[in-house]
Design a protein around this ligand. Structure first.
Ligand code: AMP
Ligand code: FE
Ligand code: FE
Ligand code: ZN
Length: 285
């Protein structure tokens, strides 16, 4: 019973529509897939409508958050959230703020690139996103299309890296506040790819302990960007802290080389998520 609890559609920075994503999930032999677009639930009704028979779809989201270390600038962290009530007003307002923040910040990155002569235009990027949630992958795609870099990965390793002069940070939610909002809306918060070091700085165990104090319920342990050591470390922490353990692909269509279902979640762990999520239910037969 393969279960993949982290995927992105073209509603955010994946390349497949929710319907195509679900078809891909089923063709890959998955029984359960979670739709976890960045900072939006706009794909949920579309996925519910398009769901092929036999496939269970978990409504979810990946929330853009920050951790504030004592002695360093904030660190970007991603929080997966499952089965929450999308109409919870405080949570809905914070998601809307994050989407606005993405638009402002994306435009600032593109203006910096344009000022240096890179042939990218913000209005074209927004148009191509089809009203979806814009992120750096959309800018990366534009750079590939313009022939500036040869791949999305290359764009992230160079011009769009957090250490690049063109990079602009987002004012993301304090992760403890994010966890509080997910729980208030009846959802299940899971810390996404916590030790994916190629994305930039990662947090220490102190941060994870503080997140647990704030109501965190799970850790994404198996993820394509986690080394074997990272997985072992997170699995140990999850055991010590009595947390749910997930494994997921973080599929983004052709914006990443990762195939859907390359990492999966154990059925007992999925059952624990279903038991903890009181704000919504999966779409299933
Ligand atoms: P943003 O949310 O705008 O800061 O962009 C972050 C997103 O970029 C992540 O959610 C990933 O989808 C994507 N991303 C991060 N690193 C890479 C990479 N090396 N190659 C391709 N996509 C990446
Ligand atoms: Fe993404
Ligand atoms: Fe992420
Ligand atoms: Zn993701």
């Amino acid at each position: 019973m393969p279960i993949d609890l982290h995927t992105h559609s073209s509603i955010s920075d994946g390349t497949e529509s929710p319907a195509d994503l679900l078809a891909t999930a089923q063709a890959a032999g998955l029984d359960v897939v979670a739709l976890t677009d960045h900072d939006t639930t706009a794909g949920w009704p579309i996925a519910e409508e398009a769901r092929p028979r036999g496939l269970t779809v978990v409504p979810g989201m990946e929330m853009s958050c920050r951790w504030f270390p004592d002695d360093q600038p904030p660190i970007s962290v991603h929080l997966l959230a499952y089965l929450f009530d999308p109409t919870h007003p405080g949570f809905a307002a914070e998601r809307a703020r994050l989407r606005d923040e993405r638009l402002e910040r994306g435009e600032r990155i593109v203006l910096r690139l344009e000022a240096e002569g890179y042939p990218v235009r913000w209005d074209t990027i927004v148009e191509r996103s089809n009203g979806g949630v814009v992120g750096r992958p959309h800018i990366a795609r534009a750079l590939v299309d313009a022939g500036v870099v040869d791949s999305v990965d290359h764009a992230f390793a160079t011009l769009l890296h957090p250490r690049s002069p063109y990079y602009v940070t987002k004012v993301d939610t304090d992760v403890r506040e994010g966890i509080g909002l997910v729980r208030a809306a009846g959802g299940v918060p899971v810390f996404a790819h916590g030790l994916a070091t190629k994305r930039g700085r990662s947090v220490g165990d102190d941060a994870i302990a503080a997140m647990v104090d704030a109501g965190l319920l799970g850790l994404e342990v198996d993820h394509p960007d986690h080394s074997a050591d990272a997985r072992a470390h997170l699995r140990g922490l999850a055991a010590d802290l009595d947390l749910i353990v997930t494994g997921s692909s973080d599929y983004h269509g052709t914006n990443k080389t990762t195939a859907i279902g390359v990492c999966t979640t154990d059925p007992e762990q999925f059952e624990a998520i279903l038991a903890a999520g009181t704000g919504g239910a999966p779409f299933r037969d």
